[in-house]
Design a protein around this ligand. Structure first.
Ligand SMILES: [Zn+2]
Ligand SMILES: [Zn+2]
Length: 67
């Protein structure tokens, strides 16, 4: 059985947003992602420049700020 459905993968990629600077994180960015240590609900993304600058993130679920 062949899968003939051809999906266009180039236009519908949704990039994650950095929780610190709110910029889109590129796929080749050396970013980190982790769940909020307080509520565990929100997924915190941190881009490479925010990691290096050790910027604070803000959880959008419980509004804690942390390094
Ligand atoms: Zn950032
Ligand atoms: Zn949280």
């Amino acid at each position: 059985m062949m899968f003939t459905e051809n999906r266009d993968m180039s236009s519908t990629i949704s990039l994650p947003t950095c929780s610190c600077c709110h910029r889109h994180i590129m796929p080749n960015d050396k970013c980190v992602k982790f769940n909020c240590p307080d509520c565990g609900v929100d997924l915190i993304w941190r881009c490479q420049s925010c990691r290096e600058a050790v910027r604070n993130y803000t959880c959008s679920s419980c509004n804690i700020q942390g390094p």
